[in-house]
Design a protein around this ligand. Sequence first.
Ligand SMILES: NC(=O)c1ccc[n+]([C@@H]2O[C@H](COP(=O)([O-])OP(=O)(O)OC[C@H]3O[C@@H](n4cnc5c(N)ncnc54)[C@H](O)[C@@H]3O)[C@@H](O)[C@H]2O)c1
Ligand SMILES: CC(C)[C@H](C(=O)O)[C@@H](O)C(=O)O
Length: 354
Amino acid sequence: MSTRTFRIAVLGGDGIGPEVCDQSVRVLREIESRLNNVTFDFENHHVGVGEYRVSGNALPDTTFAACQSSDAVLLGAMGLPNVRYPNGKEIAPQLDLRERLGLYGGVRPIRLFNEADTPLKGYAAGEIDFVLVRESTEGLFYGRDAVLDPDADEAFDTMRISRDCTLRVCRLAFEIARKRGGKKKVTLIDKANVLSSMVFFRKVFDEVAAEFPDITADHCYVDASALFLVRDPQRFDVMVTENMFGDILSDLAAGLVGGMGMAPSGDIGATAAVFQPSHGSAPDIAGLGVANPIAMHLSAAMMLDWLDHPECKRGAKMIDDAVAKVLADPAKRTPDMGGKLSTTEITDEILKAI
Ligand SMILES: NC(=O)c1ccc[n+]([C@@H]2O[C@H](COP(=O)([O-])OP(=O)(O)OC[C@H]3O[C@@H](n4cnc5c(N)ncnc54)[C@H](O)[C@@H]3O)[C@@H](O)[C@H]2O)c1
Ligand SMILES: CC(C)[C@H](C(=O)O)[C@@H](O)C(=O)O
């Protein structure tokens, strides 16, 4: 059997991004050594605040081209609160990547590995387990390039919900529900009691639901969803929603299972995908060596699964199992989860578990 080499573009980015990304490359190297006939070719690329300060372009053309031609992209985090364009908004090359590569599906799995890690009472390992799928190229982020008139007395943002993107993201959610083999249920999170865009989203969702008769479909308003996520997270299996609602609810959901350091994500398109933790550059802890790399490691596992090669799928499971094994011991935690291990030390534990 010939060896298959996967080209992975590595975009560390800003703040803790490179710290967690470097650790995931260590994990992937370990996995590579245990796989048959598969190798990884990692290439680091400049992106983010550093690049913006030097060249004025946070996502240089060479970096974008490398992302386009790679098999997958591994991304740390980007942006810093005090680095902004003249229009007042932060640089956000990860959003540019999502839009330019057509990564419509932000897949954000939420899983409780240890009952010690949830602020909720009475949930054992595995008892909080759902996936939030966020449309990632339009919604309320659609108008983000609009220029604010400095003399205006009012400001507007436009929500765009297109049939195409909605069909694709809803189908992705139903396919995930089918593959997970859990409750086999997809819940649309919307605001169809108030917004026309959401009435439309619901109409398209219902059309897609009819294509998946083996999956239960239901609807929940976004405000009630925030309540149910805290009161009764088990009511959800797969949730699908527009961009901004998904942005907000995915952080809330991360809080149910230990925080941002536990929340992986994959931005999925038809032919490309970017894997990154749901968290940001965490400037409050950047450079201290204490960032929790688990969200990044679980994102790397999602990448291996997405590469859709039997050996990579085996590697994805090795990472998931190793994380579960390490987190079974509540003493093995980084400071964000009440522990004392550094970013490198907890990764050492995961390498041992592999
Ligand atoms: N995908 C991305 O690249 C992304 C996502 C979110 C925010 N951002 C950007 O990051 C910057 C900081 O944003 P923010 O503070 O709102 O969100 P954040 O996710 O960076 O941090 C929120 C809180 O969670 C903690 N945290 C996050 N990740 C952690 C980890 N791996 N280990 C331990 N603790 C962790 C931080 O210390 C902080 O207290 C902003 O410039 C924002 O725009 C980027
Ligand atoms: C930093 C920001 C632009 C980004 C987003 O809104 O997509 C982040 O919050 C996320 O969840 O990945």
